[in-house]
Design a protein around this ligand. Structure first.
Ligand code: ZN
Length: 242
């Protein structure tokens, strides 16, 4: 069955930094979208669209939402964040990329500061597969090597991931939990670290493979949303204590 994917991008660096414009002329979102394989239907939404492109209609017909943001997390309206949050709880998958670690939606879902160490020095990153049986690592070798990336280092203030798929090593010596799986309500969440805007990370074949795998993993499983609250009628007769 076709998976409906919406790729959300802040789309600001591409308009203000010539180096990023050159690397991602149609936006980071398009480069990510062009790399997705499998039976998927891809739509795009950006910050400056009405309702940030995340209307009720769009979200209700989205199976997996991808999120790239960095310089304008504060411009994302709270009621839209609430809308995305509720859809995740109802089963929509969410893949949070790179600097999306500081987005309102990720911090709300994690409940922690999501803070980390960082350095922009164009250093080498090696993402080691630490969970080789995990579907998100399918088709990936022992590690993915990126010649140049921004460094994110521990401690990363996130809740303990349900499953950890990648751990990064950086040339400068730091390490980082780079591929983290969570569930919240009925929804699955995958945080994937690489993807700084000044490096060609989203053209990397293995990075693209991981994103495609993550979409398959995060898609809704197709259950009814559980019912909550008062249950006045019992399934079985209750004798009780009389
Ligand atoms: Zn970055």
């Amino acid at each position: 069955m076709t998976i409906n994917v919406t790729i959300w991008n802040e789309f600001r660096h591409e308009k203000s930094n010539p180096a990023v414009t050159e690397l991602y002329p149609n936006g980071i979102h398009q480069a990510i979208g062009e790399g997705i394989t499998g039976d998927v239907s891809v739509r795009y939404a950006v910050l400056d669209d009405a309702e940030h492109g995340l209307t009720e209609e769009v979200l209700n017909s989205t199976d997996v939402l991808l999120w790239w943001g960095h310089m304008a997390h504060g411009d994302v309206q709270d009621h839209i964040v609430e809308r995305v949050y509720n859809r995740v709880l109802q089963g929509m998958g969410l893949i949070v990329l790179h600097s999306g670690h500081f987005s309102k939606i990720f911090k709300k879902l994690m409940g922690t500061s999501c803070d980390l160490k960082w350095r922009e020095a164009g250093e080498k990153e090696r993402l080691w597969v630490v969970n080789p049986g995990h579907p998100i690592a399918q088709g990936i070798g022992e590690y993915i090597e990126l010649a140049q990336e921004e460094m994110y280092g521990e401690h990363f203030d996130i809740p303990q991931p349900d499953e950890l798929v990648f751990t990064s090593w950086f040339e400068g010596g730091e390490v980082f939990r780079s591929g983290c799986c969570y569930t919240r309500g009925s929804g699955k969440i995958f945080y994937f670290r690489p993807g700084h805007e000044t490096y060609p990370t989203y053209y990397n074949t293995e990075v693209r493979k991981v994103i495609s795998n993550a979409i398959q993993w995060a898609k809704p499983v197709g259950r009814e949303y559980p019912s909550y609250g008062h249950v006045p009628v019992a399934l079985e007769p209750i004798k009780g204590n009389k």
